[in-house]
Design a protein around this ligand. Sequence first.
Ligand code: GLU
Length: 495
Amino acid sequence: MSEVRVRFPPSPTGYLHIGGARTAIYNWLFARKHGGKLVLRIEDTDAERSTEESIKGIIEGLEWLGVDWDEGPYFQSAFAAEHVAAAEKLLAAGHAYKCFCTKEELEARREAAAAAKADYRYNGACRELSPEEVAAKEAAGLPAVIRFKVPQGEGGVAFNDVVYGGVERNYRDIEDFVIVRSNGLPLYLLCNVVDDIRDRISHVIRGQDGLVNTPRQILLYRALGTTPPTFAHMPLTLDLKKAKISKRSHGEIVAVQFYRDHGFLPWALVNFLVLLGWSAGDDREIFSKEELIEAFTLEGVNRANSIFNYRKDDPKFFTDPKAININAHYLRTIPVAELAQRVRPVLEKEGLWDPAYEGEKQEWFHKTLEMSRERFHTLTDFATLGRAWFADDFSMDETALQKNLLKHPQMKEWLPQLAQRFAALPEITHDEAERVAREFAEEHGVKPGVPINAARAVITGQNKGPSMFEVFAHLDREKVVQRLREAGKYFEGQS
Ligand code: GLU
């Protein structure tokens, strides 16, 4: 294969969408695998819809994901003169022509076609205007668009898409499409090709929605005297009802930023997105960066649309459960020092961060993360479900309150008594905590789980979690004692 050069050319008209991110990731993997280059090109020709905020969001999103590019960002708008020059070259070479048909004329023909139940295509009225006729119309100040002259007669455009296979489109089904508007602005279809030629793109890896443009773009490449790149179109991502995922119908869960804000590890999102439409051909689902680069091929991309399994009405999952599970996997397995770095901003945001967690309390902090991550799914969980490790003002889980505490009214007295026993220990170790708790239960004639789970509720606010003996030993002794001592407050107002 000659030099691999791929590109990610987002239109900056919104946030980085997970579908766009997936396309970027596929391009990135392909470039990395083949020692090629990834070009980031911001396609901002639509000045009205492009925003600075969107450009910033896209770049930040890619950086957060760890998708690094080798060239750019280039801005399409900076090459406007080249786009115009290309249109003029096509005009001069007889591959394009000026069209003076008015809106009204086009509309009337479109309506006539509709009335006759025929497909509408531009009828080529201006295709054969003589140079004199063109000059006369221009002299009269009539506005003109530039149209591409699609070859006539039999035959068509055929190409081999790496994912979709052989694609063919007859010339007679392609109308003479507009490449420059009457205001002189070249159309996106042309700009995209001109830029891909300049950027020496070898493979166009893009969403399946680009497939409708490809035959026309291939005609442009040929007319501009270049060989078209290899095309590979990625399947669509649909929801469970087979509708395209979009912000309008699915809300923020389609934005990469949503995952960052909801405690995803960037690599977990990359890993999840890659699997939306690609497989290694075996049953592997978890890949390190190196493994993924090694395993990724365009041939492994599925032709079938991929399904984003999101049930809006299931409050248990805020996005595709598979994404959450993959995130939980990484949360539980990455080195704890790396996890600590990821948790820090989450705690900072909630006012729970203590700089000592990177100093004299680092060991404690890391152990806390290790103990609690087994049940967590997102980084955010450390600040919500795990809040009691870092603050005294945590809220109590409803099940923990009802089942572990209020169901056993005697705990109102027992837990303060247990506090006394812990207070009397020179140090709370795991084994000492176990001995004290078991003895306490035995004396009161209940199973050890009863006081232990009640203690879990008042100490951690949760009804599940790591071994309570470890918790007793790991949390500050004063906090253990104080929370048990104050257990009575949960019973106030209860009958
Ligand atoms: N700017 C286009 C988009 O965001 C890129 C299409 C392409 O990859 O050719 O959809």
